[in-house]
Design a protein around this ligand. Structure first.
Ligand code: PLP
Ligand code: COI
Length: 367
């Protein structure tokens, strides 16, 4: 009988690489990279990997970017069994390509997988998939200021089966999209609409801490309501009127004494950007509190001057000051300070290799 050594390192995968013969011409690519926007153009290749209950992870491939063929009965199309991640590749001044804390994204993908009854992709495979894609599409990592290659790993139930149970066939993919600033017009304070009628995820026992498509689907109607009310983004409350997060970013409050407070609960996505900014702030001597923050604490804190800055953060948008909180019958201007932008600068300096990476957060992808 063979015994399985749970501590053994996972065996590296051998990816079969099929080059894209219709790859975008270098001149056209250079043109795209001068103004990539966000999430609209994609690189020449994608990575995919299959999983089945009997076969585990298998058929690792790098292939031309293109449509995925799915059975119309694929479970993801009916029951939304899907998870994803968001992570970036940064080009340093010497041309090398690095990513930021990929182990954290890999572990969060595993936690999302557990909640959504999907298989857990080993951390090593996650990181290997990033390296494989960069090996063929490294030329797509832009070098302009604040530009990145946004990497989107995702996993879904592809088994053709209409019964409601965890799929026995699953696909993992990685695609990539060159990115400029997430919000057009650069870093300027955003306006936030307070959603009173909708939640993005249930506050207890729900899927809020998982990065799963349904949470984002649930945020679209309130996001439209935000736009209709002239706001850029929506902020969600839990049933006890505690602040959760925005549709795609965590929220942080800076107090007069320098303490940084951020909502913590099982319904919030634990952001890696937030965790990193809080570490940098702690390194500077700030006290950090992860705890429930009520809407009353926010509004009264701003009114009394106890809260001196409010900002949001996430991989796509990095750090964005909040300029206004608007809801039914009120509009509160938010105080503007220096901390959000100074932490943003420190974080991006590390990511782009302009400052020492003292926490060992960077991983080189092209070597
Ligand atoms: N909250 C939500 C709902 C998000 O989609 C994101 C973005 O990924 C975040 C928070 C921030 O997480 P991270 O900093 O890991 O990108
Ligand atoms: C990210 O910041 O990576 C996100 O996932 C936010 C949004 C693009 C969904």
């Amino acid at each position: 009988m063979t015994t399985i050594d749970e501590t053994a390192a996972v065996k590296p995968l051998e990816f079969a690489v099929t080059r894209n013969l219709q790859a975008v011409a270098p001149e056209r690519r250079a043109e795209i990279l001068t103004n990539p926007g966000f999430g609209t153009t994609f690189t020449d290749h994608m990575v995919d990997l299959c999983w089945s209950t009997g076969g585990g992870w298998h058929r690792p491939r790098v292939q031309p970017y293109g449509p995925i063929s799915l059975d119309p009965a694929a479970a993801v199309l009916h029951y939304g069994q899907e998870i994803f991640e968001g992570i970036k590749a940064y080009r340093h001044a010497d041309g090398s390509i690095h990513t930021f804390r990929p182990d954290q994204n890999a572990l969060r993908l595993q936690r999302s997988a557990r909640r959504m009854a999907l298989p857990e992709l080993p951390v090593e495979y996650f990181i290997q998939s990033l390296k494989e894609l960069i090996a063929v599409d490294g030329g797509w990592v832009p070098s302009g200021e604040d530009q990145t290659l946004y990497l989107r790993p995702f996993m879904f139930a592809k088994e053709a089966f209409l019964g409601v149970r965890p799929a026995q066939k699953v696909a993992y993919y990685l695609i990539a999209s060159p990115a400029g600033a997430y919000f057009t017009g650069g870093v300027k304070p955003v306006s936030i609409w307070l959603s009173e009628d909708y939640a993005r995820a249930a506050s207890k026992g729900g899927t809020g801490a998982a990065k799963t498509g349904g949470n984002y689907a649930a945020s679209l109607l309130p996001q439209s309501e935000a736009s209709a009310n002239g706001c850029d983004q929506v902020v969600f409350l839990d049933p006890d009127r505690n602040v959760e997060e925005l549709g795609g970013m965590n929220v942080l409050f800076v107090k007069k004494d320098g303490t940084i407070v951020t909502p913590s609960s099982e319904s919030i996505l634990p952001g890696i950007t937030r965790d990193s900014l809080l570490q940098l702030a702690e390194d500077r001597g700030h006290t950090v509190e992860r705890r429930p923050v009520s809407l009353a604490e926010w509004r009264e804190g701003v009114a009394s001057g106890d809260i001196v800055e409010v900002f949001a953060c996430g991989t796509a948008a990095v750090v964005t000051p909040i300029g206004t909180l608007k809801g039914e019958g009120f509009e509160d201007a938010q105080p503007q300070g220096e901390l959000a932008l100074s932490l943003r600068e420190e974080l991006t300096d590390i990511q782009y290799g302009r400052r020492e990476d003292r926490h060992g957060w960077l991983l080189r992808l092209d070597a």
